[in-house]
Design a protein around this ligand. Structure first.
Ligand SMILES: [Zn+2]
Length: 70
């Protein structure tokens, strides 16, 4: 039996939160908010809350650990 390189690290708890980062092409203002269903990269969102001159685009979506670090 050679099961050498397997590391069963699947835990059933989800200790992370997914965030969506939006960026405004006009003023480069970035904002981060919790991911919502339907978000995807390069999706156009609402009016920029900073300059109100352009619509923000989703720049990236990422997960961040919510585990508390001591
Ligand atoms: Zn803007």
């Amino acid at each position: 039996m050679t099961n050498s390189k397997q590391q069963p690290q699947q835990s059933k708890k989800q200790d992370y939160q997914v965030y969506t980062v939006e960026v405004c092409p006009a003023c480069n203002f970035k904002s981060k908010r919790p991911f919502e269903i339907g978000d995807f990269v390069f999706k156009t969102n609402g009016e920029c809350s900073h300059c109100k001159n352009a619509k923000t685009k989703i720049e990236m979506i990422y997960a961040e650990s919510t585990k508390q670090q001591s």
